[in-house]
Design a protein around this ligand. Structure first.
Ligand code: HEM
Length: 219
């Protein structure tokens, strides 16, 4: 079975990782409608809900992808920690960058954030006073909910810290994908590394700008 070998696990890790990256790129593009104001963002949220069963199929697929990615990550971390130490002329620890060495921990921070984020914006249980204020006659104001949430420096700081973890995780994760699927040659390595940093940086700046704009300027 593919997931019983280390190579197979890394391949599945790469494929599930890239699917989540595609989701995040789509989510970030959708979130840009914050900058077109409350009507645009609320209309975007309504369009998503109007997808009905399709939205639920996408949610179930993404939930499965997330569970698989996390389970494989924990298994690989455990197997690596059990592996016999091998002496290298230059230790592997020195060769691996900080992002690579902390993948497991940044992954845990992102997982904790996703749980919090779903409870905050989708299940809506963390801030009852805010949900009440955002509920209008027959509609719910997603924009108002975000606006009131991010006016709290604590909530904005949680989002900032989580986006920093996303930045670090992706800056190594995208390169790892190319390595695991065998597309990392000496020639592509530099391009892939630079591309990973640029993509992670763009996603970080775009996502962080939303809580920052509400928190610092009231948007
Ligand atoms: C500052 C950054 C972010 C902002 C402002 C933001 C904003 C939002 C908003 C407003 C919703 C609710 C949409 C609605 O109710 O229609 C939402 C849902 C969601 N967000 Fe985010 N998000 C951010 C970062 C992230 C990140 C980094 C991830 C994943 C790692 C993520 C994953 C999700 C998921 C899975 C949902 C639920 C989608 C669904 O209902 O099917 N978000 N986000």
């Amino acid at each position: 079975m593919i997931w019983q070998t280390s190579v197979g696990k890394k391949l599945l890790m790469a494929l599930t990782g890239i699917l989540m990256l595609l989701f995040l790129v789509g989510h970030t593009l959708g979130n840009l409608s914050f900058y077109w104001g409350a009507d645009a963002l609320n209309a975007y949220a309504e369009h998503l809900r109007a997808l009905g069963p399709l939205l639920w199929i996408e949610r179930l697929i993404m939930a499965g992808v997330l569970v698989l990615h996390v389970a494989l990550g924990i298994t690989l971390f455990w197997e690596n920690s059990q592996a016999k130490p091998v002496r290298y002329a230059k230790s592997r620890y020195q060769e691996a960058g900080p992002a690579s060495r902390t993948m497991f921990y940044t992954g845990l921070v992102i997982l904790a954030f996703v749980v919090y984020h779903l409870l905050h914006f989708t299940v809506r249980v963390t801030n009852p006073a805010i949900y009440e204020a955002a509920s209008g006659e027959g509609h719910f104001g997603v924009y108002r909910m975000a606006e009131m949430s991010f006016q709290s420096p604590w909530i904005s700081l949680i989002y900032l810290a989580a986006m920093a973890a996303v930045l670090i995780h992706l800056s190594h994760g995208v390169g790892s994908f190319f390595q695991s699927v065998g597309w990392n040659t000496d020639w592509t390595k530099a391009w892939v590394n630079t591309g990973s940093y640029v993509l992670a940086g763009i996603l970080f700046a775009t996502l962080v700008s939303i809580p920052a704009a509400f928190c610092l300027f009231g948007m």
